[in-house]
Design a protein around this ligand. Structure first.
Ligand SMILES: C[S@@+](CC[C@H](N)C(=O)[O-])C[C@H]1O[C@@H](n2cnc3c(N)ncnc32)[C@H](O)[C@@H]1O
Length: 269
């Protein structure tokens, strides 16, 4: 069986991930994912596939100093960046290197599970959902997102990467958008035992700075970073030009602004 790309990156790439991918691509969605979990002061929260912790830190603010928050991710470089970032006075955050398939937490020990753009990378998605359900206590909630389409910017970058770096690199880059669809995530949540499962589409206008430079910084923060680093200056230049050209209809004063959408699944136990 084809295993999904597990989206693993190393050292510098995790810092670039925080600086470029989180700031411009993932970060703008984080507050709405946390809002959907209806957190209350004192809640125990688990953020699965937390990356550098953009969702985790917002959750810690919401539950306050009487709450407890765990950020869990497979990738040590992501967690090292997460640990290095300041957290304003809020719940203490425990950063845990572990798989979503084996959370290592007691049954019924969590009030809310959050997972922003992680499910598509898990090699056994039904098991991951069952683990989320297992650790939730009475009244527990889940709030989980996956992209709903390949997206305007990612499609353009995928095209450029395919043209200049080859198919294999393009497939790796595009893995983040190869997510289960609306019916599939609903089915996975229901089969894991979640109740009141709802999947809605959330939308925002994404803004990126000048693409010729941004796209190279962004690619350097993804699992294809080493393939990009091995490319000549000319190829890198061509990738920047290609993406800028493909998105020229979305150009504004200082970059591009384009519509983006994602699925947001909520449920309870
Ligand atoms: C696109 S990033 C999203 C990170 C974060 N949620 C955010 O919004 O910035 C996907 C994350 O999933 C993590 N990941 C992939 N497979 C995993 C697994 N089996 N268990 C836990 N984390 C995993 C990766 O290490 C990576 O940090």
């Amino acid at each position: 069986m084809n295993q999904p790309e597990q989206w693993q990156i190393s050292g510098d790439a995790a810092e670039l991930y925080e600086r470029y991918a989180v700031r411009y691509i993932l970060g703008p969605w984080a507050a709405s994912l946390v809002d959907a979990a209806c957190l209350a002061p004192g809640d125990r929260v688990l953020d699965i596939a937390c990356g550098t912790g953009v969702v985790t830190r917002i959750a810690a603010q919401r539950v306050g100093s009487s709450g407890k928050v765990i950020g869990l991710d497979l990738n040590p470089a992501m967690l090292a960046v997460a640990r290095s970032l300041p957290t304003a006075s809020a719940a203490p955050i425990e950063w845990v290197q572990r798989s979503a398939l084996d959370l290592g937490l007691p049954d019924r020990s969590i009030d809310a599970v959050l997972c922003q753009q992680g499910l598509q990378f898990f090699p056994d998605q039904p098991l991951a959902l069952r683990e989320m359900h297992r650790v939730l206590d009475d009244g527990g909630r889940i709030s989980l997102s996956v992209w709903s389409s390949s997206g305007i910017y990612n499609t353009a970058v995928g095209n450029a990467v395919r043209q200049f770096l080859g198919d294999e690199v393009a497939v790796r880059f595009c893995a983040s958008r190869k997510a289960p669809g609306e019916a599939e995530i609903r089915r996975l949540a229901l089969e894991a035992g979640f109740l009141d499962v709802e999947v809605r589409v959330i939308r925002l206008e994404a803004h990126l700075p000048a693409l010729d430079k941004f796209v190279l910084c962004h690619l350097a923060s993804t699992p294809v970073a080493s393939m990009l680093a091995g490319a000549s200056a000319q190829i890198r230049h061509e990738i920047g030009i290609s993406v800028t050209e493909q998105l020229k209809h979305y150009a504004d004063a200082d970059g591009v602004t384009y519509p983006e959408e994602s699925f947001l699944l909520t449920g309870r136990i």
